[in-house]
Design a protein around this ligand. Structure first.
Ligand code: ADP
Ligand code: MG
Length: 342
């Protein structure tokens, strides 16, 4: 009899993580939070440490035909810092592990590291170690980031409660639209190498794809304003998918409003040019690295005038479900399409 074989695509990335988590037993009292949030939380006596890791593969997460190596280095750090920010913690250290094929020279590695160093400077973190090995194909970068916070400063995905206000930072959908442009121009170039890619008018969206910035600025501002979100995560797989995560972890429902969703004009115009629905890009685009969080209504006044925090909806009872209210006033059920890796 043949053994049972289940395709990973049948259960998906999140299904696979849940499946792996079933067999995990936490033994140490210092493990405050294991799998299931943006970062793990570890008791460190005085305060807590948060730890997160991300893996980037050439050809899957970045394409060196249009992503310059310094940008790849910066982004590899930024995506980890974004998960530290999502816990309301301050990043302090990173480790960098590399697998390199013989296509890469010392100069190429230096170019990659110039971006890593720039990010370390920008986020105030120290590079404290890593690992280096050979790769049979292409470049692999795995970064681990460590952050610090006081125990009561940590914000999990599971603290949202009914009537809290849902907030999103920055603007959304740009990184996906930027990726579509970079892919289109790559195809044009491959078909005709004499054609110079026409990227000038797409600077904002391609920038969102190639050089995202983790929102540590928002974390510092929330502290200055005395606001602790009730729940938080970063927006890496698309707003809709992240709302599902917050709702599942917090056991709540949510309603968001189309006319409140933040979208940059260039993202909107470029999406239309590409025959994409701008709102679908906002809901299901990936790699925005903005923050999604909920606040108690009492904190609304403190954030009301913030130019880069948008109040996109509210938290409801779990049985009320997850809805998007369109500009015409129709409530449509949210679908968590997310950014599918499998
Ligand atoms: P994020 O998008 O914030 O990086 P992920 O969706 O990648 O988060 O991961 C969600 C949770 O699952 C995190 O706690 C992460 O550490 C954990 N996780 C992801 N992959 C694995 C794995 N292969 N083994 C154990 N834990 C994992
Ligand atoms: Mg995250």
């Amino acid at each position: 009899m043949s053994e049972k074989r289940t395709e990973i695509s049948e259960i998906g990335e999140f299904g696979l993580i849940d499946h792996l988590n079933e067999k995990v037993l936490i033994k140490n009292p210092s493990t405050i939070k294991g799998i299931g949030d943006d970062a793990a939380v570890i008791d460190a006596g005085e305060g807590v440490k948060v730890v997160t890791t991300d893996l980037l593969l050439e050809g899957v997460h970045f394409d060196l035909s249009y992503a310059p190596l310094p940008h790849v280095g910066f982004k590899a750090v930024a995506v980890n810092i974004s998960d530290i920010a999502a816990m309301n913690a301050i990043p302090k250290q990173i480790t960098v592990s590399l697998a390199l094929s013989n296509r890469f020279s010392v100069e190429a590695v230096d170019a990659l590291y110039s971006g890593i160093h720039a990010a370390c400077e920008h986020y105030g973190v120290d590079l404290v170690g890593g690992d280096t090995t050979a790769s049979r194909g292409g470049l692999v970068i795995s970064i681990t980031a460590i952050g610090e916070a006081k125990k009561d400063q940590i914000v999990y995905r599971n603290g949202a409660k009914e009537n809290d206000i849902l907030c999103a930072t920055g603007d959304l959908g740009g990184a996906l639209v930027g990726l579509q442009i970079l892919e289109r121009e790559k195809q044009v170039y491959l078909a005709n190498p004499d054609m110079k890619p026409d990227l000038e008018k797409y600077g904002i969206v391609t920038g969102r794809q190639l050089k995202p910035d983790a929102r540590m600025d928002i974390i510092h501002e929330l502290r200055e304003l005395g606001v602790k979100p009730t729940s938080m995560m970063d927006i890496s797989d698309g707003l809709a998918s992240e709302i599902f995560h917050i709702c599942k972890a917090s056991q709540v429902g949510a309603t968001i409003y189309e006319d409140k969703l933040p979208i940059d004009k260039q993202t909107f115009d470029t999406a239309v040019e590409l025959n994409l629905d701008p709102i679908t890009c906002v809901l299901n685009g990936g790699e925005d690295y903005e923050l999604l969080f909920t606040i108690d209504q009492k904190d609304f006044k403190k954030l009301e005038k913030h130019p880069d925090i948008h109040f996109i909806g509210h938290i409801s009872k779990p049985e009320e479900g997850k809805f998007l209210v369109t500009k015409s006033g129709t409530a449509v059920q949210l679908k968590a399409q997310g950014w599918k890796h499998f």
